[in-house]
Design a protein around this ligand. Structure first.
Ligand SMILES: NC(=O)C1=CN([C@@H]2O[C@H](COP(=O)(O)OP(=O)(O)OC[C@H]3O[C@@H](n4cnc5c(N)ncnc54)[C@H](OP(=O)(O)O)[C@@H]3O)[C@@H](O)[C@H]2O)[C@@H](O)CC1
Ligand SMILES: Nc1ncnc2c1ncn2[C@@H]1O[C@H](COP(=O)(O)OP(=O)(O)O)[C@@H](O)[C@H]1O
Length: 450
């Protein structure tokens, strides 16, 4: 058993169907899986309990409850009072939530909801078994009006995608993992991202070796967004970074605070890696047909995504681009516009939404938010577990777009999917701070985070 995050390597995730298959095959040779699970829960419970009070073990009707009952027996064997039931004992030292796990099949009924509320009202920490009760393992969404918000979750046998995206992180608390000594024997449903290697810089390289980035955006009043993207591309190591500020005056400074940035246009830089849309406003719509047809590699963000969502002919141009030449970075509302859904429809199943968008538009998609999802046609999707609420600040998405552009400019042979995985994870790690973070401070932290 070990803490799951932060990850130092890419890890496999398995959805409910895959977890069930792995479990069924493992049970043939290891019929004592539930004993192992219960023992692991008890061991962690001993380490987590606060004070000397009894451990309250809340068991449901299925095998999740079975794990809880075995944990209670093991705790009793260790001399710790374990109270199994749906009513809290006096001053519990820990609550073990073994109500519902992988088998959650419908919104919890009133009785279940009342038990969940009682657990939540307890002052003791909550340790969830496998999944916080009421949370859907595949999507990270509550099945009904409430799911348990645990302080810790001991994930058993397989890591489930819903623990890392959507509402999963907010409900699971600190994540622990025990594989119950079973090695998964099928391909993962998705990857949980680990850190990627830095782009190689040869000792004899020059600025021309590290690519050109052209940032197109920053209409009047929103120039900061484009400048943040350009500064991020520069900090990432791109050899030359140019800005094309939409509707700017010819004598306007590109970025007075960042003298390395240069002015450029798509016509002057036809081979540059384009980062388009940050702070671009509606003006980007006129520029998009040429950008989509001319620039060989594109990172498309913000207003450029909105313009594409509103214009089927732009969607056609996007679909006509070569494979692995385009990376879209929508937040949930932008993804919803592109898919013709509302935000709740996207968030209901983020993995599926990102895959659907990638398939429809023939692009790599980074669906941003807690547990960003990376999806590409013909690739296994990935979920990024790094990052946190410090990233919920204006401009952090512009920084991501620029960083992705900078990474890709330096690695022209890399697929959009690989770049997205590397860049999103580094961006998340750089954003893991307590308190608040300004987008410009995020740029300063990024080079250390990759
Ligand atoms: N097998 C093993 O060796 C291992 C098993 N492991 C453990 O087993 C867990 C999976 O067990 P599981 O499949 O029994 O599912 P579980 O989550 O207990 O729930 C199913 C029960 O809940 C019921 N139910 C569903 N939704 C409901 C609702 N809203 N409100 C009320 N009831 C609802 C559902 O009813 P039904 O849908 O059948 O009518 C059924 O009775 C897994 O998460 C892990 O902890 C691991 O330790 C590895 C080893
Ligand atoms: N709670 C969170 N946990 C992890 N990442 C987050 C969280 N909130 C925001 N982010 C990340 O911050 C960035 C915000 O991007 P975006 O919404 O486009 O902001 P902006 O348009 O202001 O730049 C995305 O990369 C997103 O994944």
């Amino acid at each position: 058993m070990h803490a799951l995050l932060p990850t130092t390597a890419t890890l496999p995730l398995f959805d409910i169907a895959a977890s069930r298959r792995i479990e069924a095959r493992a049970l043939v040779h290891s019929p004592d899986l539930m004993e192992r699970a219960g023992l692991a829960v008890a061991k962690l419970a001993l380490a987590l309990r606060r004070g000397d009070g009894p451990v309250w073990v809340v068991c449901g009707p299925g095998n999740n409850g079975g794990d809880g009952r075995i944990a209670a027996r093991r705790l009793a064997e260790a001399g710790v009072a374990a109270h199994v039931g749906h009513a809290a004992p006096e001053r519990p030292s820990l609550v073990i939530d073994a109500l519902l796990g992988l088998g959650l099949s419908r919104p919890p009924n009133a009785e279940m909801l009342a038990t969940m509320a009682a657990m939540q009202a307890c002052s003791a920490p909550i340790l969830a078994v496998d999944l916080p009760s009421g949370l859907l393992a595949d999507t990270g969404q509550p099945a009904g009006e409430r799911a348990v918000r645990a302080d810790h979750t001991l994930v058993l046998l397989t890591r489930k995608p819903g623990l890392f995206t959507g509402e999963g992180r907010a409900h699971a608390g600190r994540l622990w993992f025990d594989d119950l000594r079973v090695a998964p024997d099928e391909a993962p449903t998705a990857d949980l991202l680990g850190p990627a290697a830095q782009p190689h810089r040869s000792p004899t390289s020059h600025k021309g070796s590290h690519g050109q980035v052209l940032v197109v955006g920053g209409a009047p009043g929103m120039q900061g967004a484009a400048r943040l993207a350009a500064r991020a591309a520069l900090a990432c190591g791109a050899g030359r970074v140019y800005l094309d500020l939409l509707n700017s005056r010819p004598d306007e400074a590109t970025d007075p605070g960042q003298p390395e940035l240069m002015r450029g246009t798509p016509a002057e830089l036809p081979n540059a890696l384009g980062v388009i849309g940050c702070g671009a406003g509606p003006a980007i719509a006129h520029a998009l047909p040429a950008l989509l047809q001319q620039l060989p590699r594109l990172v498309i963000d913000a207003d450029a995504l909105n313009a594409i969502a509103a214009d089927p002919s732009l969607q056609g141009l996007l679909r006509g681009r070569p494979a692995s030449a385009t990376l879209l970075t929508p937040h949930p509302l932008e993804a919803a516009r592109l898919l013709g859904l509302d935000t709740a429809g996207v968030q209901a199943d983020r993995l599926r939404a990102a895959q659907e968008l990638a398939g429809r538009l023939g692009c790599t998609v980074v669906l941003k938010g807690s547990g960003s999802v990376i999806a590409s046609p013909d690739e296994r999707p990935a979920i990024c577990a790094s990052g946190g609420p410090a990233l919920a600040t204006a401009g952090s998405g512009d920084v991501l777009a620029g960083w992705l552009g900078g990474l890709w400019a330096q690695q022209p042979g890399a697929s959009a999917h690989r770049i997205a995985c590397a860049g999103v994870d580094a961006h998340g790690r750089a954003g893991e701070v307590d308190g608040v973070l300004r987008a410009s401070d995020l740029i300063a932290r990024l080079p250390d985070g990759r």
